[in-house]
Design a protein around this ligand. Sequence first.
Ligand SMILES: [Zn+2]
Length: 514
Amino acid sequence: MMKKAIKILLLLIIPFSLIGQNIDNIFAEKKEIYFSFNIKDKSQLDRLSKIISIDHKTNKKDAYAYANKKQFTKFLQKKIEFKIIDNSISYNNISKNNWDYYPTYDQYVDMMYAFADSFPQICKIHSLGTLNSGRELLIINISDNVYQKENEPSFLYTSSMHGNELTGYVLMIRLIDDILNNYNSDSYITDLVNEIDIWINPLANPDGAYAGGNSNVWGATRSNANMVDLNRNYPDPQDGPHPDGNSWQDETLMFMGLSDSIDFNLSSNLHTGAVVANYPWDTWIQLTADDNWWQHICNEYADTCQYYGNSNYFTGFDDGIVNGYDWYEVDGGRQDYMNYFKHCREFTLELSNDKTPNPLDLPYYWNANKNSFYNFMEQSLYGLRGIITDSITGLPLKAKVEIIGHDEDSSHVFSSLQIGNYHRYIYQGSYQFTFSKSGYHTKTINASIINNNFTIQDVQLVPIGFVSVNNIKENKKIINSIDILGKNNNNNNNNIIKINIFKDGSINKKIIID
Ligand SMILES: [Zn+2]
């Protein structure tokens, strides 16, 4: 009897004391640990993803995850067997030819500013802000008229928001270099620069990448300096503004500010730890309205990598592509934020199984991905596009573009000021598009789309109401009178806009509603 009681007591006490002891030892030298455990089922994994940062290496049986001390304490309470993985890496960083090295932080900054200095006509550098560490979030803008808004889609590549996932970091610096040096010599790249507003941010988490100091990336962490996983720190369509329980980090605020000021149309967010093109959603099970378009885009990316890469590159999952939620749930991810709240089509690219590959392998990853990088940029030109203006003044409008019987979960898009241009990417077919803005009559237009092609549809929206004509003077003589017939889709009445142009150059306009 006595014996039994002691046994029960031990069972209760020992795991608890072990937890306390372990956790201090474990976090004595590191602020962030990497570990693995077996998964019972997907629902268990989805529950745990709300406590710890599930990593891209996770498959159906084994989960890989990162945690800081607070997160790991919560995980231990679940009493799941785990294995801590030593993820420290180091390579000799001697070679500096052919993009086969990771630059120091200062080399990186110098390269970025040198791009803008060397190609001032087509390249501009922006600092999104300086972190408490003194490190900057830098982004390069490349376009033919880099200082002015044009009827062009805005395209974004951003890499390494997970500071230790660094393949895309070097590849994006190299992409900037490739674009700039081939402008006016390679006609394909020249066309992309002339027709797209290109933005490239090679390093979204410099404090994570250089956590071990500015001289190399061997001490890199996934999280930022506050041990926050930046890819769990965004407002989430399902889980609200702070799904991770942390305030928005400076890096998050800087990127949210960027996406408020630039209406990005198409984007990709580069990671490592797996090789796959991961498309939305991450937070919930339902598919996006444009699931077939996403599969087309991701297949194009993966197929091109299969062609240029080794025989097994981009062949995992479903032939190199995967639906985010189907893989593992992510709440507070950047991809869903951009799609749901900013109406920008963004997907997540996983470029290599090694988080920070041997730098000598970086040229291989460049050769395997280069054509896919360009193909995806080219996709920003396709779909239905045009300019939306006020039918009377001709001024550009920020209006809503919606597809009847198709759009859901915020998949509609808006035209962008100062130009009024809109870009609606969609899988080929015939659709009914509506163009609307409060104060204007909604316009409905049928249009057909072909994959990897664009259809141009400029739209003039007619203002609702009546502009009174008070000041026509008898002595003015009308020299020209224009009637414009507009259709009001709400009740199918016709609106006639009458514009009179007088001899003295003055104009009046009036809308007659039948
Ligand atoms: Zn990542």
